[in-house]
Structure formats: C-alpha cells, structure tokens
Design a protein around this ligand. Structure first.
Ligand SMILES: [Zn+2]
Length: 293
C-alpha cells in the first residue's frame, strides 16, 4: 500500500499547488501535466491498490492454510473463492517400545483373538528396532503432509506407549480420518528379500466391506507414487484380511511396508535421510493423487 499512498499524496500535492496558483509566472509544465493526468493517476492508483491487496491476500492464504491445519485448528484452507475441505490423515507408526501379548478380538464381534501389538522386526545391519524406523518415517510423512495442507493426527509420537492395534484404529475412527496410513517395515528369513509393498483390506473380509473400495484405491495410488519416487523393488498392493488394525477401522485404511529390515542393504538405505525423503514424498504423492489434489 505504500506505493498507492505515495501516488495519492503526490497527486493531491500537485492539485493543491496548481489551484493555489503558487509561482504564477512560471506555471510549472510538469505540474500542469500532472493535473491533467490526475484522473489517470487515480485510475493507476486504484489498479495498484487492487493488485497489492490481492497479492497480499493470496500470500496470506498460502501461508496460513498449512499452519492452521497443522495445529489441528480444523479450519478449512482458503481456496480462491470457496473454502476447500481440509482432509484429515491419521498416521500410525507401527509397534512400540514393548510388544503387548495380551489378546484382543480381531474385529468387531469376533471370538477369535490376537496379541494386542507385536514387537516388530529388527534391522540386521543398523540394529535399529522397527518401531524406531517407523516413527522416523512417520514424523517425516507428517511434516510432508502438513506442508501439502492436510491435517495430521498421530497415533503415537514417542516409543513408550501402550497402544493395541485396535486402539490405533480407534484413534483414526475418532478423528474421522479421511485416510488412515499405517507405517511398518518388513522382515524375512532370507537376507535377499527386498522391496516395499502396500497392504489393503481384502475384498471378501466381512469387517471391512464398507472401506474396501476406497482403501484399495488409496493403496494403489500410494504404491504407484512410491514406485516412481523411490525406483525401488515393489511387491505391489497386497490384500489382507488377518490384520486387527484393518478390521476395526471404519475409515479407509492402508499399510505401507517400507522395505525389508532383514536385507542388509535395504535396512541401511531405509535409515538414510535421503531415502526416507523419497519414501515420504512418494506416499504423500499417492495421498494427493487419491484426493485428486
Ligand atoms: Zn511391523
């Protein structure tokens, strides 16, 4: 606005000087010209004011939207004219400091029970437990998604928690997440087995009928974008009906197995910041694709 103010003051001064007939003998030519073009000046002023205000409005909406959503204010990000929906993503970093072998039903009304949460795998080269890697990647993913304007809810942000797989789904359900992303790493008996995969609730599973289609679509989008971001080997998308964390979910759910910690080379790669950036960019790209952003 400082430019507009400058021109306004300049215009007004010229008009006053001229109307007071100061320096009558000389009658500055420049003053005359400015007076004649006073209307044009006003027009330029109005245009500049409009430009400045629209530019500042656009700047503030870009800056405010991700920050607001990141703090969980629930406010919608500012669109051009209409307010857009802020999508809620729940991220679950798999496992925790200590596994919990107490049992819980594998789904609503199920008599079959499974341990609440297992202890996960271990990096053969890094000696890093899976729950540590899962949280590292999940926190990076949180940052990346918030940067892209999503509201992120975490099931855990530290290792010393006691959350069963059902508890984790409950958090996503309670948050009414538009997508529930579970982050895990794989293990195998062979050190040669490598690659990432994306799991989704199987079609025939009675517990996940309502979320099957959307979950599969999100998993496919994430798998494709991860593939192009990482160029890593991929086992594709894999249907599962045995996961408690899927069966209790009322919101679309996907589980990313980022790679094998039992492969020395992949284990080391998974712990590098550069590869974690590729992984999270791929997952976030898939989320964008799923929501048509
Ligand atoms: Zn796991």
């Amino acid at each position: 606005m400082s430019h507009s103010l400058f021109f306004l003051i300049l215009g007004v001064c010229c008009y006053i000087i001229d109307s007071m007939k100061i320096l009558p003998g000389i009658r500055f030519r420049s003053v005359q010209v400015l007076k004649k073009s006073y209307i044009s000046l006003l027009a330029i002023l109005a245009l500049m004011a409009a430009l400045v205000s629209s530019a500042s409005a656009a700047g503030s909406s870009v800056a405010v939207a991700p920050a607001g959503s990141g703090q969980g204010s629930g406010s919608s990000s500012a669109g051009s004219t209409q307010a857009k929906k802020t999508y809620v993503i729940c991220i679950d970093p798999g496992h925790q400091l200590k596994g919990n072998n107490q049992k819980e039903p594998i789904g609503p009304g199920a008599s079959e029970k499974k341990p609440k949460v297992s202890s996960g795998t271990l990096g053969v080269a890094t000696k890093k437990p899976e729950y540590v890697l899962n949280l590292e990647i999940s926190l990076k993913l949180k940052k990346e998604l918030e940067k892209r304007g999503y509201k992120v809810v975490m099931t855990r942000e530290k290792h010393n928690v006691n959350l069963s797989n059902k508890d984790r789904s409950d958090i996503a359900n309670k948050a009414k997440a538009d997508l529930f992303i579970r982050i895990h790493a794989d293990g195998d008996t062979s050190p040669k087995t490598e690659g990432f995969s994306v799991l989704y609730p199987a079609q025939g599973n009675k517990y996940t009928k309502a979320i099957y289609a959307k979950s599969k679509l999100a998993s496919e989008d994430i798998q494709q974008e991860m593939k192009s971001a990482t160029k890593a080997k991929s086992k594709g998308v894999v249907p599962r009906s045995d996961l408690t964390g899927f069966n209790w979910s009322k919101v679309p759910v996907t589980l990313v197995e980022v790679g094998f910690m039992t492969s020395p080379s992949e284990d080391k790669r998974l712990s590098t910041s550069a590869y974690q950036d590729k992984l999270t960019a791929g997952i976030a790209g898939g989320v964008d694709k799923y929501f048509h952003k």
